[in-house]
Write a protein that binds this ligand. Sequence first.
Ligand code: SF4
Length: 471
Amino acid sequence: MAGAEMATKFLLRTFGCQMNEHDSERIAGVLSSRGMEQTGDLESADVVVFNTCCIRENADNKLYGNLGVLKSLKQSRPGLQIAVGGCLAQKDRELIVTRAPHVDVVFGTHNVGRVADLLDMAMSGGGNVVEVLDSADPGEDGSAGFAHALPAIRENAHSSWVTIQVGCDNSCAFCIVPSVRGKEVSRPVDEVVGEVSTLVAQGVTEVTLLGQNVNSYGRDITRRRPLFADLLARVGAVPGIRRVRFTSPHPKDLRPEVIEAMATVPQVCEHLHLPLQSGSDRVLAVMHRGYTAQRYMERLAAARAAVDDLAVTTDIIVGFPGETDEDFERTLEVVAEAAYDSAYTFVFSPRAGTEAASMSDRFVPDEVVAERFDRLKVVVERSALLRHEARVGRIEEILVEGPSKRDPAMLTGRTRQNKLVHCPMPAGGEVQPGNYGEVRVDRASPHFLRGEWVSPTSRPRRRTRLAVLAG
Ligand code: SF4
């Protein structure tokens, strides 16, 4: 890194999921701890870091397109350093510098804490540095492992992600994660709880526990009992924590103990993201999802019976190879029956290296997929609107995120069910990000609620729980 009177500036671009966004907070923290300043302006940046994703469609085209743009900039400013990290870097490794030799540093998902050192090595050695580790095992030199001990620059001072697990032991036919992020490795419970306590001391009141399959958390530590249920209770008991969220659970591993913990630990929010992917048993089997639609619905019913006022969201893939009209109709039926609060709907696109990518003889024509996608969206938005309309007139607790990006006279916040609420800034503007308050919901749309500010709340709102627990 350039040492000068003026601070070195870095520009950080993140692609992909929450796990990547969380890693980017650590990357920003590590670079800032070395005296660097974050900038959003490419022209003034001395270092550009791409934290990449290989799950999204055309991820490599996007990365190499971005790197192509930087090539001419680097020719005019040879001191500019470019680093590529994240899942695509973990997967492609040296291939990145072969295809884009102007990249200075390639680092993987297990060594984000090394980014500043690697930039220094590239600067002093004058060549590309590629360091990608195969596991989250800390090793003797501590260069890998969970990034929890690293400094972080969080977008939001009161809310934080906490990684509890990396990797995935499943083999969903459409997913590249297991081959990129490796086998499941869980952080010990005490370590997670220790991080949450530290975050509370920094002003955090809401945490989201992150893993590829949180329901199997701890399976690599003990199979005696589901540790995720214990973890929810331990994290919820940390003094100062008001909200605990988690993502993503796998339906096949949603155990009664976890539902019970959701129902009995008051800090655990009433929101369950339960990816369905397809409503057709035939497609679910080809995907290797490990459940049938009926089994999925039984688990969903158990969660709804136990957890009062539970919001449920999901992920659905449209046009998985070989999906017939009949398969898709079944998906529509299950989605209608599940009556989701919202759904992330994706058009299938092959990811190189996955089983589904090799099924090209069964790819569904684009126009068929587009038509199915539109039909699915109608069904999802109908149930989302109904669920939201049922909240009109209710008082909801929100955690204030801040002024609306579109209209500073409005503030936005999230309910315990993770619903986005917009409401006019109360007179006096005394409400700050991180405050809790009550709003009266007065309008609903499929994607957000509108409300009127009622009053701040200083104490967590305790909910009434149904006593029916999953058997
Ligand atoms: S559970 Fe399936 S979709 Fe989720 S990360 Fe693992 S392989 Fe991918």
